[in-house]
Ligand binder design. Structure first.
Ligand SMILES: [Zn+2]
Ligand SMILES: [Zn+2]
Ligand SMILES: [Zn+2]
Length: 259
């Protein structure tokens, strides 16, 4: 895409809401020592030369930022208000402390309502010293820009909840969906790489299964795809990855892409 900055994408987490391993579970996946079977909650870091943003602040946000050594963060872009995508917001305090400014937050009205409710202290009149400072930017489905990174929101459905996916140049990131309508699919066409959620093999009411995600990648004609938001029920990374068609892989925590 002409004039679009080169991006580095880092998968900060690729697990479903419970993470993998799941607390108390002793299944083969949860007790595996392969690091590709250890999945924090789903989020990505998007970096250009001058700008860094994360998509969602999971309950693992603090550790994800430490693990990926993210010392500078310009913005947070939210997909939807489910707890596994917003719970870590309180830890933007560290960025506030070092940058001495509020964190830029981009969210649709649905997510904004949830943030105001679930982080009521952040929005109170008389603010306790040291609480997170954020600057809320309301987005809908129109394109917006963060630093030098233009972003196109894509509205997808998670059962009945509208969720935002995001297109960054030739890279598209969609999590927590089980339906994408025709008009929004057009926004994805022409992407070179897509990330889709694929929870497990079996069908689920609000997430794509592996087969549904593979079928969608083929319908969208995107040559390279990575799956995320995986449950321990998906099986071991090494075994499931082998079964996928060429050009499609399971993502793993720490995977980086240059787009
Ligand atoms: Zn989720
Ligand atoms: Zn398990
Ligand atoms: Zn969700």
């Amino acid at each position: 895409m002409v004039g679009y900055p080169d991006l580095k994408i880092t998968f900060l987490g690729t697990g479903t809401s419970s993470g993998v391993p799941m607390i108390g579970c002793s299944c083969d996946v949860c007790i595996s020592t392969d690091k590709k079977n250890k999945r924090l909650r789903s989020s990505i870091l998007v970096q250009s030369k001058t700008t860094a943003l994360v998509v969602d602040t999971t309950p693992d946000f603090r550790y994800q930022m430490l693990r990926a050594k993210v010392t500078d963060l310009d913005a947070i872009v939210f997909t939807h208000p489910h707890k596994d995508h917003v719970a870590g917001l309180d830890d933007v305090r560290a960025y506030n402390y070092f940058s001495q400014k509020p964190m830029e937050v981009f969210a649709n009205a649905l997510t904004e309502d949830a943030l105001r409710r679930e982080f009521i202290y952040v929005f109170s009149e008389n603010k306790y010293p040291g609480i997170p400072k954020i600057n809320l930017n309301t987005i809908a489905t129109e394109p917006f820009i963060v630093g030098d990174i233009p972003i196109i929101p894509i509205e997808v459905y998670h059962l009945n909840m509208p969720v935002l996916g995001f297109r960054f140049g030739k890279f598209t990131y969609i999590t927590d969906a089980n339906r994408i309508d025709e008009d929004e699919r057009k926004k994805i066409m022409g992407s070179e790489t897509i990330v889709l959620n694929a929870l497990r093999k079996e069908k689920h009411i609000s997430h794509f299964s592996i087969d549904e995600a593979v079928a969608l990648v083929n319908e969208l004609k995107v040559p390279t795809a990575y799956f995320t938001h995986m449950s321990h029920q998906i099986g071991k990374h090494s075994e499931i990855n082998k079964e996928l068609p060429e050009g499609i892989e399971l993502a793993w925590d720490g995977l980086t892409l240059n787009c």
